[in-house]
Ligand binder design. Structure first.
Ligand SMILES: Cc1cc2nc3c(=O)[nH]c(=O)nc-3n(C[C@H](O)[C@H](O)[C@H](O)COP(=O)(O)OP(=O)(O)OC[C@H]3O[C@@H](n4cnc5c(N)ncnc54)[C@H](O)[C@@H]3O)c2cc1C
Length: 477
């Protein structure tokens, strides 16, 4: 895309991490001026160590690079098609990591910093934005990440409301619905309550015997845990949202009186036997493809989570779209607060990007930065950009954070928690593949593989069409 209209107003981007850097690149490559505001090195976060743009604060991995079989690999591929700076710098600084895309973190950050520094349409200001951006900035992207500095975070909280900006996440594992054994589990809400928008059969229930419960509690307590960072400890937040293993440590029966209480539910497969405990799963997205384990926010290590949670009856073969966690974070209740173009409904000149929008991970953050950049550039050029198709990785992630998640708890509370890209966010295929390319019938795991590959192929076709229809047209305008 090249600029065609006079554009005196630059796009202001606050935060030059993964999302802000990608957004700046996309805006500038569209021919629109950018002022990029980054507070480091004058003010550091608790996790960043350098003054480099797009610093990776922990792992150096962008996860799987397999576009045919893995949703994050697919996201890489779509971003590359859109000229992503983050992907270009990652590809140029790759280190050996099997099927994953891992990078030399210093080389990666240096490449991003150099590209942005040298871009004629980008001005970089090294200063902290200590409150809401000035009212005369008409086109702003806030991409200040999970460790947004306190004065800005406080101003955003005041602009939204108490529940709209969270400072910690409390992530319960999410499983693909089609991996739950429904010959053991059943749909029912406690006491068949309909609730607002419910049917009386909204939860998936997994029954446990006493022996299964005892073994489960022991496994939770002995499972390997990740530690809180120094700056994550001592927060009152965790009193209201305890990790499940901490609840288990408080007493052997605590979970049976909390999230695993067996009351108000009848097992239709064996109505005469009352389960000793019940694990409930609640629908997590509008498509109904993902279910979260209610009350199971956890600091268990990922391997331990899979091992322990697969001991739950009906979840023996569960496939996890996301595993649980608790972290210091700063993120909006985006489905409520943001429109489909990532603008704050209450102040549309403010657009959000990156982890603040409720996506999680380096790649996801950069991808939402990419979309925010394209939308901001379109606004600056008085153009309208159609959303990427819901069948693409970009479209499905964007759709989830701006509306695809469903609020499933009491009004006033919030259930939206950060999300990685995964195949559960994509709309189902019109028809499932049944045969291998050689004509033989698909069996067992081949069906899952073929389904993922068909979703990926559909996504790449659709993103190419979207680029051709929208961005090439814009470039030619
Ligand atoms: C401790 C920790 C470990 C993590 N480990 C991983 C991991 O291993 N893998 C993974 O995929 N993801 C990881 N994440 C998540 C990761 O942070 C995000 O995925 C990603 O960096 C978020 O991108 P972002 O652009 O939204 O925020 P960031 O990359 O954090 O960028 C935000 C930028 O905004 C700047 N900033 C903040 N406030 C202001 C202000 N008021 N004015 C100006 N500038 C400001 C910051 O200095 C920073 O440069 C981790 C997060 C944390 C906190």
């Amino acid at each position: 895309m090249t600029g065609t209209k006079p554009n005196p107003e630059p796009v202001h981007i606050v935060g030059a991490g993964l999302a802000g850097s990608e957004a700046a690149w996309q805006v500038a490559e569209s021919g629109v001026r950018v002022v990029l505001h980054e507070m480091r090195p004058h003010r550091m976060t608790e996790a960043h160590r350098t003054d480099g743009l797009a610093e990776l604060v922990c792992s150096n991995s962008f996860r799987s690079d397999d576009a045919a079989n893995n949703a994050v690999g697919l996201l890489h591929a779509e971003m590359r098609r859109l000229g992503s700076l983050i992907m270009r710098a990652a590809d140029a600084n790759q280190v050996p990591a099997g099927g994953a895309l891992a990078v030399d973190r210093d080389g990666f950050s240096a490449a991003v910093t150099k590209a942005l520094n040298e871009h004629p349409l980008i001005e970089i200001h090294r200063s902290e934005i200590q409150g809401l951006p000035p009212a005369d900035w008409s086109n702003v992207i806030v991409a200040t990440g999970p460790l947004t500095s306190a004065p800005l975070a406080e101003a955003i909280r005041e602009l939204t409301d108490e529940n709209a900006l969270a400072f910690f996440d409390a992530i319960a594992p999410i499983v693909y619905k089609d991996s739950i054994d429904m010959s053991v589990a059943w749909f029912q809400s406690r006491y068949d309550k309909m609730g607002p928008g419910g049917t009386g059969a909204d939860y998936i229930n997994c029954p446990m015997t006493k022996e299964q419960y005892d073994a489960f509690v022991d496994a939770l307590i002995s499972g390997e845990k990740t530690d809180f960072k120094d700056w994550e400890t001592n927060t009152p937040y965790f009193d209201g949202c305890l990790p499940i293993e901490v609840m288990a440590e408080r007493g052997h029966e605590t979970l049976r009186h909390g999230p695993m209480k067996p009351v108000g539910l009848t097992n239709p497969y064996d109505p005469t036997v009352k389960p000793y405990a019940i694990v409930q799963l609640r629908q997590d997205n509008k498509l109904g493809t993902l279910y979260n384990l209610v009350g199971f926010q956890t600091k268990l290590k990922h391997g331990a989570q899979q091992r322990v949670f697969r001991t739950i009856p009906a979840l023996e073969k569960a496939e996890f779209a996301r595993l649980g966690g608790l972290h210091r974070n700063t993120f909006l209740n985006s489905p409520k607060l943001l429109d489909a173009q990532l603008r704050l409904r209450a102040q549309p000149q403010l657009r959000f990007a990156g982890q603040m929008t409720g996506c999680e991970g380096y790649v996801e953050s950069a991808s939402i930065g990419l979309m925010a950049g394209l939308y901001a550039a379109a606004d600056a050029r008085s153009q309208t950009l159609a959303p990427p198709p819901a069948t693409t990785a970009l479209g499905s992630l964007l759709g989830h954070i701006t509306g695809g998640h469903i609020e499933t708890i009491e009004p006033g509370a919030r259930s939206f928690q950060p999300m990685n890209i995964n195949f559960g966010l994509f709309p189902p295929l019109a028809s499932l593949p049944t045969r291998n390319p050689d004509g033989t019938r698909l069996r067992g795991n081949e069906k899952t593989v073929a389904k993922k590959q068909a979703i990926s192929a559909r996504a790449l076709t659709d993103i190419d069409r979207w680029i051709a229809d929208n961005l090439r047209v814009a470039a030619a305008a």
